[in-house]
Design a protein around this ligand. Structure first.
Ligand SMILES: [Zn+2]
Length: 283
């Protein structure tokens, strides 16, 4: 599943490719992708003659800002956008096509069919599901240590599932949570309220740095991930914990352990990320 860096890469690419284009008409081949409005005819009608002003992101959601509307799109497991010419053959698993007035087409493909699209009046999208309850944006200037600590510092939940929960911090999935905890030297099963101030500071910094580096590298994925221009993500080989079970830890050389935490495959170094059972004093 794409995480924040991959979605951000798609956002930047889409913004370059489609901002300024005007939608002439829309065809929906798989109605279940369209979550709002209920009627796909209505979905198409609303988008007709709208110009894409910009493509933004909230968590793992893409936001197409149009003249009066916001189109909220979630790629889920396998969703992909691509810009095509009208003569390009329509590939398998293409579920929605946005036809532009300049004869190009933005096509949404999704092998797994889990992706979603919602339309709102502009501004309303942040007040309703699915964006309403989303937490802090880790790459935003507003993601300060204080807000991070306020959001999670007193929780008794294990740190890994807490970071995966989009109500606290958005955009971190299974790959980058393992990478961030490795970088901060924190065991994935530590309870959040057992972390000292300096551990929380390390974690805050590790999240920002890990995600920023991944965005710079163009996003990564375990499957060959392709962005809107058909370029592959290049960050995969730089992962230090995720997917590296039995390979030597980059810091101490001991083998990376794979286990299951909160139902998710989890990678960590037992030496660099010890499970301290004793609660450290909060500072
Ligand atoms: Zn280690």
């Amino acid at each position: 599943m794409p995480e924040l860096p991959e979605v951000e890469t798609v956002r930047r690419t889409l913004n370059e490719l489609v901002a300024g284009k005007t939608i002439e008409r829309v065809r929906v081949f798989l109605p279940r992708i369209i979550q709002k409005p209920d009627d796909t005819e209505q979905f198409s009608l609303l988008l007709q003659d709208q110009t894409i002003q910009t493509v933004e992101r909230r968590g793992k959601f893409l936001l197409f800002k149009l003249d009066d509307l916001a189109l909220v799109s979630h790629l889920r497991m396998e969703g992909r956008y691509g810009l095509y010419g009208q003569d390009d053959p329509v590939e398998k698993h293409t579920h929605v096509i946005f036809y532009f007035t300049d004869s190009t087409e933005l096509r949404y493909k999704d092998v797994r069919q889990f992706g979603t699209m919602h339309i709102f009046s502009k501004g309303q999208e942040l007040l309703e599901p699915p964006l309403k309850k989303l937490g802090l944006e880790p790459l935003d200037d507003s993601f300060t240590f204080k807000l991070f600590r306020d959001a999670i510092g007193d929780r008794k939940t294990k740190i890994k599932p807490l970071l995966l929960n989009q109500e606290y911090v958005v955009g971190i999935g299974n790959i980058y949570v393992d990478e961030s905890l490795f970088a901060a030297g924190i065991h994935p099963e530590r309870e959040a309220d057992s972390l000292s101030r300096s551990e929380l500071e390390k974690l805050h910094e590790a999240i920002v740095r890990t995600l920023s580096e991944a965005v710079e590298a163009g996003g990564s994925s375990i499957k060959s991930y392709v962005n809107g221009q058909g370029e592959m993500g290049m960050f995969q080989q730089q992962l230090k914990a995720y997917g590296r079970q039995n390979e030597p830890c980059a810091v101490c050389g001991r083998p990376i352990i794979k286990t299951v935490v909160a139902g998710r495959g989890t990678h960590y170094c037992g030496h660099c990320q010890p499970l301290k059972r004793k609660r450290s004093l909060k500072q």
